[in-house]
Design a protein. Structure first.
Length: 78
């Protein structure tokens, strides 16, 4: 599980089917090489929905608040 990651650091996926466990809100870095088949596990967090836009993954929590995760990947399609 990654926590206490600064905004200048990037956590990279290493191939298809990887799992990245994050501890929001302590993860401030970017997520690299995120693609179909990869999983981001937000520890102790209940997500209700997620949306992708350019280089940002926005997760809407069951409480109605959101978490924005920067990525180095560009999302297209779905």
């Amino acid at each position: 599980m990654l926590g206490n990651v600064s905004a200048v650091q990037t956590a990279n996926f290493e191939g298809i089917g990887g799992v990245l466990s994050l501890a929001p809100p302590d993860f401030l870095g970017a997520i690299g090489n995120f693609a179909g088949g990869d999983v981001i596990d937000l520890q102790n967090t209940r997500a209700a929905a997620a949306s992708f836009g350019a280089d940002l993954l926005v997760v809407t929590l069951s409480t109605g608040s959101t978490i924005a995760l920067a990525t180095t990947s560009t999302f297209t399609g779905r």
